[in-house]
Design a protein around this ligand. Structure first.
Ligand code: PEP
Ligand code: MG
Length: 310
């Protein structure tokens, strides 16, 4: 079981290393693109990714390609105003609409990948066509650099769209890993906008509907394709246990949470976690998932109702 850190700045990479993360499971590369008048060029991006790799001292780093949209406008991209930016031109859709942006980013990633273990990850993938186009862009970047495929380069997608989770098998031949973004997957599965306090109670990653999507990804992935989770849910001890029980093999969390998650996964009993996860998939809601966990930890809490529902 791997425990990684999520990184959204150069300082985060230093913290990831200091906290003993096994790897960086998510670099939110947006930090390089926001709040400026022009996009960073290939050299600037290469220098930034190289600095992160150096801070990580040889540990793998998962570079997510630019994941912005109408909710985080970039002054140098002519983006249309959208009524529902979370459902609009964002993530890989935006990269496909501005191919030179993706091409430059991938070239910078490929250059660094010749010297450090790099995974490239595409965000918000919904259709196989999007992945095929993105992989072609990566192949073009490798050809543009002209030194062959970097030896440690791995390629994956974020699974954040419910349809992608349900048809994960279609992506399997084209990826080395899936990384489930539970922040977005939860908002899309439950139609509850992330960060909106009015619907925060609905947007619960322990909702069995969300867990079933995670289960779908794990079952499609098989042995070869690693399934990670890099959403905030991975830092919650109960969610972490359930994710392990469903077959997730890497959890990536904010650097300060790494040690705690390592402790949680060290204490997981695999068979018990698998049983608990299987029960959670058919629970009536997140409250029942939490209650079953509380009863498992403290059997004296058990009531006749618990016996009849288990
Ligand atoms: C996610 O959606 O769970 C995720 C990790 O990506 P972000 O929070 O950057 O959208
Ligand atoms: Mg996301």
């Amino acid at each position: 079981m791997l425990v990684g850190a999520n990184v959204g700045s150069p300082a985060d990479a230093t913290s990831a290393a200091a906290e003993g993360a096994d790897l960086v499971g998510l670099v939110r590369t947006e930090f390089l693109f926001l709040d400026r008048a022009a996009a960073p060029d290939v050299d600037e991006q290469e220098a930034a990714y190289r600095a992160l790799a150096i801070a990580l001292g040889g540990k793998r780093m998962t570079l997510r390609t630019i994941d912005v949209g109408g909710d985080k406008p970039l002054p140098y991209l002519p983006l249309p105003a959208e009524a529902n930016p979370f459902l609009g031109l964002r993530g890989i859709r935006l990269a496909a609409a501005f191919p030179e942006l993706l091409a430059d980013q991938l070239l910078a990633a490929v250059r660094v990948a010749h010297d450090a273990p790099i995974s490239v990850m595409f965000p918000m993938v919904t259709t196989l066509d999007e992945l095929v186009v993105a992989r072609r862009a990566l192949d073009a970047a490798i050809a543009r650099e002209g030194r062959g495929t970097p030896p440690g380069l791995e390629v994956g997608i974020m699974v954040e769209v419910p349809a992608a989770a349900l048809k994960a098998a279609a992506f399997v031949p084209h990826v080395d890993f899936f990384s489930i973004g539970t922040n977005d997957l939860t908002q899309y599965a439950l139609a509850a906008e992330r960060g909106n306090p009015a619907v925060a109670a609905v947007a619960d990653p322990l909702d069995p509907g969300v867990l079933r999507l995670v289960d779908s990804v794990c079952r499609a992935a098989g042995e070869r394709v690693l399934v990670a989770v890099c959403g905030e849910a991975a830092a919650d001890p109960l969610a972490a246990r359930l994710l392990v029980g469903l077959g997730v093999r890497e959890l990536s969390v904010a650097a300060p949470a790494v040690a705690g998650v390592k402790q949680v996964v060290r204490e997981v009993d695999a068979a018990q976690a698998a049983n608990q996860a299987a029960a959670a998939l058919t629970a009536t809601g997140p409250a029942e998932v939490r209650r079953a966990d509380a009863v498992q930890a403290r059997p004296e809490l058990r009531t006749p109702a618990d016996s009849s529902s288990s």
